[in-house]
Design a protein around this ligand. Sequence first.
Ligand SMILES: [Mg+2]
Length: 371
Amino acid sequence: MKIDRMTVHQVSVPVVSVRSHGVGDVSSAMGNVVLRLETSDGLVGWGEASPWPVFTGTAEGNAAALHVHLRPLVMGADPRRVGEILHQADRVLVGHPEAKAALEMALMDIVGKAAGLPVAELLGGRCRDSVPLSVSLADPDWGADRALLDRITADGVRIVKLKTGFADHAFDLMRLEALRADGPDDLRVRVDYNQGMAPHEALRRLRDVEAFAPDFIEQPVPAKDWAAMAHLRAAIDTPLMADESVFTVADAVRAVEHRIADLFSIKVMKCGGMRNGQHIAAVAQAGGLACYGGDMFETGLAHLAGLHMVAATPNISLGCEFYQATYYVAKDLLAEPFPIQDGRVMVPTAPGLGLDVDTAALDGMTVSRQG
Ligand SMILES: [Mg+2]
């Protein structure tokens, strides 16, 4: 089995609302990259790179990473040699974890289809068949998020993550009060600052936030300020999650050593794929930390990779946030609805990633195509 065709689509995916975060905003569309690999015997594998310029990288950079720099490793290769191909990818190209995640995803999709096994089984076998879904509330217009809260809770969602730190502290407290007053009694609330506070203002504000009993508080201060993260972790009672501070397996090792967090958010787009995400989860487990299935601005295609990773990794035990395909994009890239039922994401059982791409939708969102 050899790969004999590789197509890189740079896409613009329209979205239905504004999202604000401590680190920046997304307003009208997500700029992503879709990778299609085809083997000599006609199997097709799909991958997605979902960068965000203020967080990880750019669509242009990841499209070039795949088309120019990684193509020579892929063309003619046996897709079953996933580990070797990704190892070589790290040797020829620094960074670009989203492109490497897309490549791993597409290879594993093919391997799963060839073997008749879902990707979760290739990653060690599923330990869960569904994953609790968290939906992020990040609209600067609270009225819009308040309507979304009604919609998602009617759908059975019982976890929300409030994005804080992009306006003022009073706005954050007002929304936390409203969530506790208006949301279902069993609503679980999480808080994510996306680095939105200066260290000197963080501790007093987090003590206010703790009064609303969030499950955890995520990345309150800038990614590089590990001393502030460690100080806050020791000072508050609520578990502290590292997201932007931990991209790689090496970051995770150091983060455990420096005790900067109680929890990690693992994203295939930060660490360069599902297998690296499992390695981070293993480091966390050894250090006594639990993990969460985070994501970037993804379509259902990239969500599937995260979902198979979470399904196959016991220590990613805090649920997932694979909500964009259902509640954020105007049109998803998958041919079927992303599988959410009663507030849980159902892990596909078909071979490979388990759901097909809507090629007409892909063509409609493609802004440039190579190969
Ligand atoms: Mg986060």
